[in-house]
Design a protein around this ligand. Structure first.
Ligand SMILES: O=C(O)CCC(=O)C(=O)O
Ligand SMILES: [Fe+2]
Length: 363
């Protein structure tokens, strides 16, 4: 018998505690989403209010050739403006990208009890977590999304603890994307006029996490969000999205206190990966590189998957604007923070655009 959600507690039990997630809600075939998923009007995403970002993808294979400087300039320009760009010839085989999307569908189509073993608290490893929405305990309106998050500690742990349906492809993707992450971050830091030694670079790129996101088909995409407005907290994110679309990024404007900036859709490009700048790189660059505010719309007739690799500094690393940049700028816009503290603040609060950066901002 279909559960009836006559109190918010019973919905919480079904979705969060029992691990059914929003996939479990979608599978009930309701004609309207439960009230808990209805966003306030200002957070809803109107499909026709944005236009696609028409920037061509950057060809990363050219980083190793005669056009190196030109490609670095393209990356820097994108990081200084939108904070989002797409890349091709990135070193991750296209067949692997297809396998990743298939693996995400296979995992989320498992019966709830098979997925629920990865819930926080019962998961075989603290590095693996099945979740839904972002912080359902604190959010007034939930996001229409389930995810599994896998933090890398070693190959051995990954192969032992990550779910069978996705561990091999997720590990391969994490490894093959690491080279492009390093190349891009090196290019960006280099253009700040800073040279970092290997150990500092390793520390800035030392934590890696692969997520698989699942957005089931939604009866009311106009009332909900797949993911609400947020920036990513790490150094950079590599994102594989499928062909459905619905990822939007905000064009940042000076003095945009009213939050009126335009939203651009990052259109799916077959074979391309999406790169976005995270809060850490905005802090390191003293604000020159933009951690991009983004969000995702749900869709009525398809389930969408995406597979981000988040690259973060190691938890003990102290993050602050690089001294050479502060010297040039004449002031520091952010204070130094320990990454673990930044992370606790980030994951302890609901998505609220780029508010996460306030934790380090000097006013
Ligand atoms: O699904 C997407 O396209 C983006 C997901 C995202 O922003 C995230 O996982 O941080
Ligand atoms: Fe994100």
């Amino acid at each position: 018998m279909a559960p009836s959600f006559n109190s918010s507690n019973s919905l919480y039990d079904f979705v969060v505690r029992e691990g059914n997630g929003v996939k479990g809600v979608a599978d009930l075939g309701l004609s309207e989403v439960p009230e808990r998923y209805i966003q306030p009007p200002q957070e809803r995403i109107k499909k026709h209010d944005s236009r696609p970002c028409d920037a061509p993808p950057i060809d990363l294979s050219k980083l190793n050739g005669a056009e190196h400087e030109k490609v670095v300039d393209e990356i820097v320009r994108a990081a200084e403006t939108l904070g989002f760009f797409q890349v091709v010839n990135h070193g991750v085989p296209l067949q692997l990208l297809e396998s990743l999307k298939d693996a995400a569908h296979t995992f989320f189509n498992l019966p709830a009890e098979k997925k629920a073993v990865y819930r926080a608290g019962v998961s075989p490893s603290p590095m693996i977590k099945l979740g839904t929405s972002f912080v359902p305990e604190k959010e007034k309106a939930w996001e229409w999304k389930d995810y599994i998050s896998m933090v890398y500690s070693s190959d051995e742990d990954a192969l032992q603890y990550w779910p069978n349906q996705c561990k091999e492809v997720a590990l391969e993707y994490l490894k093959l994307s690491s080279k492009m992450v390093r190349d891009i971050v090196e290019a960006l830091i280099g253009k700040l006029g800073v040279e970092l030694d290997d150990s500092k670079m390793e520390a800035l790129l030392g934590m890696k996490m692969v997520n698989m996101n699942y957005y089931p088909a939604c009866p009311n995409p106009e009332l909900t969000v797949g993911v609400g407005r947020h920036s990513d907290m790490g150094t950079i994110t590599v994102l594989l999205q499928d062909g459905i679309g619905g990822l939007y990024v905000k064009v940042e404007e000076e003095n945009d206190d009213a939050g009126k900036g335009e939203w651009l859709e990052i259109p799916p490009i077959p074979g391309a990966l999406v790169i976005n700048i995270g809060d850490t790189l905005q802090i390191l660059s003293n604000g020159k590189y933009k951690s991009a505010e983004h969000r995702v719309r749900a869709t009525s007739n398809h389930s969408r998957v995406s597979v981000p690799v988040f690259t973060l500094p190691i938890a003990t690393e102290r993050i602050g604007p690089l001294p050479e940049v502060v010297k040039k700028d004449g002031l520091a816009r952010y204070r130094e923070v320990v990454l673990q503290d930044y992370m606790n603040n980030f994951f302890g609060n609901v998505h609220a655009g780029k508010k996460s950066l306030d934790f380090a901002r000097i006013n």
